[in-house]
Design a protein around this ligand. Structure first.
Ligand code: FAD
Length: 387
């Protein structure tokens, strides 16, 4: 008989929440991580993540985002920790760009309180922002930010308190499967369980032995800007702001968009966070270039100068984070199509806000319960020859 009901490889965002949920449901859980989460090697570092319910990536996410919000609040009450702080969220761009129209469609469909603002209204409310007159913005007032490192540490504590075994600094090299169990191989030991979740972030595609182009690791330079001392860019005064800006294009086909965002200053270091969200370079996390080049900082400086002009000439430091992208930009959640016992999770660069609900969904899938949300959009089967 296997020693564990479930092994979870990767105790970051999805893995910590799933370990907590499964252990709290009374299962025997072993979690393995090559590092000591939370850490700076994967996809979950960087102090803040935005949380919103009007979901521009697709209305199908809204019920999950609503459930996640409730769970964030429930967990912080239970643990006596502030995990989520409310702050407005702006989506800014031309009226017909996918981000703004997606935001408005999901806000209207689910009656999420929101406002549609002209560019001049944005500039009046937040003089730090300078959208051109041709842009509009969707404003969700009841949005927020969550703190990823604290959240993961909290989930892992809760998993251990509920009886989970966690083995850290334990890199999984391989797994094998037999009719009744899976065997998970680290350099030191082989562990056996009934079922396995691979939630290894940017390493998930390789560990699941998926075709190369299915889950693509992306290198994400993140910039921390030393802001003026007037506190106008701090949490409470400054909203999360996501921009979709038309790219100069050749005149043929549809125009593309450049996507970037800034998040307000939190904590004691007076630094605003800024990053691009698309046009990111593919990478191999095993040999990741963690230095950010002057050309990369020049690129973000250029958009900041145009759209947040008060930041011109501010110094910045930069580091690198990772996305795990799918071809359609939606999550990969569920059983590996050619396997009996092995499941995978990849979050396509926008998953943190869902962490607690992803814990529930993955725990449901791994115990043959139907999640309360439609999973077709996230099913690994959508990428197989016989979906
Ligand atoms: C710069 C940036 C900004 C973001 N902003 C937002 C945002 O505002 N809102 C939002 O919702 N989302 C945001 N995201 C996305 C979100 O952070 C990710 O989708 C999420 O953290 C991915 O979680 P994960 O569990 O897949 O990976 P991770 O959290 O990286 O966890 C994977 C874990 O697997 C471990 N692992 C890997 N290989 C092995 C192995 N062989 N053996 C054992 N363990 C292994 C790693 O050590 C790691 O701990 C952002 C991401 C980045 C990079």
């Amino acid at each position: 008989m296997p020693s564990y009901d479930f092994i979870i490889i990767g105790l970051g965002t999805a893995g910590s929440a799933t370990s907590m949920t499964l252990a709290r449901r009374g299962y025997r859980v072993l979690g393995l991580d090559r590092y000591r989460p939370p850490h700076k090697q994967g996809s979950h570092h960087g102090a803040t993540r935005s949380v919103r319910r009007a979901y521009l990536e697709g209305t199908a996410y809204v019920p999950m985002a609503q459930r996640a919000w409730k769970l964030w609040r429930r967990l912080e009450h239970e643990f006596g920790q502030t995990l989520l702080v409310k702050t407005p969220n702006l989506t800014i761009g031309p009226p017909d760009c996918p981000a703004v129209s997606g935001f408005l469609a999901s806000a209207r469909t689910y009656e999420i309180p929101h406002e549609q603002l002209t560019a001049s209204e944005v500039r009046t409310r937040w003089p730090q922002l300078a959208p051109p007159d041709t842009f509009i913005a969707g404003l969700e007032k009841e949005a927020g930010i969550v703190f990823p490192e604290l959240s993961i540490a909290t989930f892992l504590d809760a998993a251990v308190n509920a009886g989970a075994d966690l083995v850290l600094d334990a890199r999984v090299d391989n797994w094998t499967e037999s009719p009744d169990s899976v065997q998970v191989h680290t350099g030191r030991k082989v562990y056996v369980a009934g079922r396995l979740l691979v939630s290894a972030g940017a390493w998930t595609g390789k560990l699941l032995r998926l075709p190369d182009n299915l889950l693509t690791p992306k290198r994400v330079p993140v910039h921390w800007i030393d802001v003026p001392p007037d506190r106008n860019l701090h949490l409470g005064r400054f909203p999360v702001n996501f921009w979709q800006v038309p790219q100069e294009h050749s005149g043929r086909g549809q125009p593309g968009y450049r996507e970037f965002y800034t998040l307000p200053v939190t904590g004691t270091e007076a630094r605003l966070k800024a990053a691009f969200h698309n046009d990111l370079a593919d990478c191999d996390p095993a040999v990741l270039e963690r230095e950010v080049s002057p050309a990369e900082t020049a690129k973000i400086s250029k958009v900041l100068t145009s759209f947040l002009p008060g930041l011109e000439n501010c110094s910045m430091v930069s580091n690198v984070c990772l996305y795990t992208m799918t071809a359609d930009g939606h999550f990969y959640l569920g059983k590996k199509p050619d396997s009996q016992h092995v499941f995978g999770a990849a979050l396509a660069g926008h998953g943190f806000k869902f962490a607690p609900v992803l814990g529930e969904i993955l725990a449901d899938l791994m115990t043959d319960r139907s999640p309360e949300f439609d999973m077709n959009m996230f099913s690994p089967l959508r990428f197989s020859d016989n979906p």
